[in-house]
Design a protein around this ligand. Structure first.
Ligand code: ATP
Length: 250
């Protein structure tokens, strides 16, 4: 299990003293002979919500794939909780506390909500525990426990995906395009839950294309353009830079 530094009773530690929970150093990655990540450096502190924003095709999803070992980098290092895990298997990272919720959720659409949660009992948790946690966090899932997941709304499916991802009690939660195709109110609700999960000490990295909503719950944000991180900073500063990034300014 990954650990986060113990709280400091005299106040927060200076930022540079805190060991990042996730670090990417000089990551390059390619599909065949086409390189799409050209040296990505990124670091997420324990308990932080880090938003990775950027236009379509910038390389955000590829960055998450490299981070969760679903794709090998051609250069660079992936460091988690101070350990160089470059080249590890995705299952090992999952066991070490990394949970990724892919774009398009990754739930079983033909199974009911409860059956989807039952599939997560491989984690060693009882179904009753998983249901209690899931329905506590997402009341709507409790109301729909017998419903076939594929027939629920997009927002409800996303809630189920998050509930399943949290079944392993991850130290790091990776969310890809949480807001994809969802109404603004639902997105806000989901981000409310993201904020609550972060309050519980989980470090969260979230990729979004457009949603400015994510900035409201982020501690830091970065803009990725053409396979590189172009800016990192406080959400307000990043928000001010977003327009030029999307309009293709350099
Ligand atoms: P989106 O918001 O569209 O998912 P993104 O920022 O997540 O964008 P990526 O999906 O990481 O971007 O894609 C980065 C680049 O890699 C794009 O040019 C894309 O066309 C290309 N790409 C992504 N997946 C593949 C693949 N499986 N095979 C070949 N090229 C790919």
């Amino acid at each position: 299990m990954m650990t986060t530094p113990a709280g400091n009773p005299t106040g927060p530690e200076p930022i540079e003293m805190v060991e990042p929970i996730i670090e990417l150093q000089g990551i390059r990655a390619a599909y065949g002979s086409i390189e799409v990540l050209h040296g990505v450096d990124l670091s997420v502190r324990p308990g932080e919500v880090y938003a990775l924003l950027g236009p379509n095709g910038a390389g955000k999803t590829t960055t998450l794939k490299v981070l969760s070992a679903l794709m090998p980098p051609t250069a660079g290092k992936v460091i988690i909780a101070g350990r160089d895990v470059t080249g590890s298997r995705a299952e090992d990272l999952a066991r070490a506390g990394l949970a990724m919720i892919p774009e398009g959720t990754g739930i079983f659409p033909n199974l009911t909500v409860r059956e989807n949660l039952r599939m997560a009992t491989f984690t060693g948790k009882k179904l009753s525990e998983l249901e209690e946690a899931a329905y506590g966090r997402f009341k709507r899932l409790g109301e729909r426990r017998g419903q076939v997941a594929g027939t629920m709304s997009g927002g409800e499916q996303q809630m189920l995906a998050m509930a399943r991802g949290l079944a392993t009690d991850p130290a790091v939660l990776i969310l890809d395009e949480l807001s994809m195709g969802l109404a603004p109110l639902i997105v806000e609700e989901l981000y409310g839950v993201v904020a609550a999960i972060a309050q519980g000490g989980v470090s969260i990295i979230v990729v979004e294309q457009f949603a400015r909503t994510v900035l409201g719950v982020s501690d830091r944000a970065a803009i990725m353009v053409h396979g590189k991180i172009r800016a990192v900073g406080e959400p307000a500063a990043i928000e001010a830079e977003l327009s030029s990034a999307y309009l293709g300014g350099q």
